[in-house]
Design a protein around this ligand. Structure first.
Ligand SMILES: Nc1nc2c(ncn2[C@@H]2O[C@H](COP(=O)(O)OP(=O)(O)OP(=O)(O)O)[C@@H](O)[C@H]2O)c(=O)[nH]1
Ligand SMILES: [Mg+2]
Length: 199
């Protein structure tokens, strides 16, 4: 079987201010509820353990963490999670405007990957965020995470349920597992395509 090599990602900068992100030709953002597996997915794409910080404490990523895809002029951004982060409410409330500013003003942004927990989602906050992204006409793709946690016999039903909850068809949701690497090759290929837009 054809295998996509790991994405050579290098950490560039972490910032709370989208206006200070480095220049980029094309960017893909990783967005989703706290604990959904954004940082784990970045690490799986890069086949590195510690590139992006993973934690059992929701709210680990509190900044926009920007990585370059070496050999291209493209970048990936790990966003802070929305939802139930165990951080002071004041800090949490400052994220939403920060995220919205980033998502609506970042010129090179080509694709927003909205990650949804495959075991439990979409939650109400996922649906609200997705509706907002659509209302802003932003380029969103839905990724369902933690496929390894679903029992084989229940997968198709869960996959249908999640897609319907996002108002998408079954084949419009890409399912991944950062634990056993399901879907990771496919997503590597897509990320390369998104970061190499035709001129
Ligand atoms: N079983 C399983 N667990 C996963 C998977 N991806 C992530 N996890 C676990 O989910 C937890 C949260 O993962 P993170 O990657 O830190 O999640 P995050 O979305 O970056 O979270 P924040 O930074 O808080 O927004 C960790 O305990 C991970 O080990 C997966 O594919 N399968
Ligand atoms: Mg994170």
């Amino acid at each position: 079987m054809h295998r996509m090599p790991a994405l050579p990602l290098e950490f560039l900068v972490a910032t709370v201010d989208a206006d200070t992100l480095p220049p980029s030709r094309a960017e893909v953002a990783f967005l989703g509820r706290s604990n959904v597996g954004k940082s784990s997915l970045l690490n799986a794409l890069a086949n590195q353990k510690q590139l992006a910080r993973v934690s059992n404490t929701p709210g680990r990523t509190q900044v926009l963490a920007c990585f370059s895809l070496v050999g291209t002029k493209g970048t990936l951004v790990d966003c802070p999670g929305y939802g139930y982060a165990k951080v002071p409410k004041a800090t949490r409330d400052s994220w939403q405007p920060m995220l919205e500013h980033y998502l609506t003003t970042r010129e090179p942004l080509k694709k927003i990957l909205l990650l949804i927990d495959g075991e439990i989602g979409p939650t109400k906050s996922d649906q609200e965020f997705l509706a907002w992204l659509r209302s802003e006409d932003l380029p969103v793709a839905v990724i369902a995470t933690k496929l390894d946690r679903l029992k084989q016999g229940k997968r198709v039903a869960r996959q249908r349920e999640l897609a319907a909850g996002c108002k998408l068809s079954l084949d419009e949701v890409l399912w991944v597992s950062s634990t056993d690497n399901t879907g990771i090759d496919a997503l590597r290929g897509l990320v390369r395509e998104w970061l190499n837009p035709p001129r």
